[in-house]
Design a protein around this ligand. Sequence first.
Ligand code: GLN
Length: 304
Amino acid sequence: MDFDQILLEISRYVQPLFGKGKVADYIPALSAVPGTKFGMALHTVGGETFQIGDAEERFSIQSISKLFTLSLAMGFVGEELWRRVGREPSGNPFNSLVQLEYEHGIPRNPMINAGALVICDVLLSHTKDARQAVLDYMRVLSGAHDIVFDAAIARSEADTGYINLALANFLKGNGNLENDVEAVLDLYFHQCSLVMSCSELSRAVLHLANGGVSWHLSETILTPGQVKRLNAVMLTCGLYDAVGEFAYRVGLPGKSGVGGGIVAVMPREYSVAVWSPELDAFGNSMVGGAALEYLTTLTGRSVF
Ligand code: GLN
């Protein structure tokens, strides 16, 4: 497959879409990013790397982090996890309060904010230093040992995180948090503030295309059974209430964030990350979604 040519074609196809979405503006660090940024990186299970545009530039990964914290938490508690969080698509916005109330404090899935807060609670209960554990995990998975939290973004998240505060308090009130609300939110705001490039993100999810074996260490990160489960949760919950549309158009398990990034995997073939900050009404990258749709169209292959 000539991925160099395919990425070039994708970068041309998406040009008319710039200016149609809207860069996240709830914090200055996100609103300051130029909407015209576009990067894409792809790693094959055979060890090849392809990239185009701003693929080496770091950006705020935001909710893409939910995939990694889930993976880490699954390692600590296994199937027990599913007593505290569901695994069905939410059909509601990522920060919905109303759904959490009528489902009695059990978040619909770990890819929405309420679910991610429960995952933070699990990590706090099973590590001495949960922030460091998340950072170490990202460094191992990506092979980039200088990955850090962006302190300014973490602070802005905390300053504006009223709805997340409400979600965390509601979870605590329903007995679904073991740790203090403040500690859970602090970890959540920090995971949102991780800054990584497409190239680093794509490498960090390559094991999900490769039966759980990491790209650079030839080391098993997850079992094939865990990979199946994570990819299933991504496919059904990874793009919030637009997940059906993404499956229909792209046909790959994926996870998005309001920083404009999306990661996706084609099992046994490749992992891919795309970044373009302008979002659609669901909080997913508009150009990023289109780029991935072109990718599966031009390769003629998807999980279906
Ligand atoms: N920091 C954002 C929030 O918690 C992340 C949401 C997202 O990327 N969808 O609201």
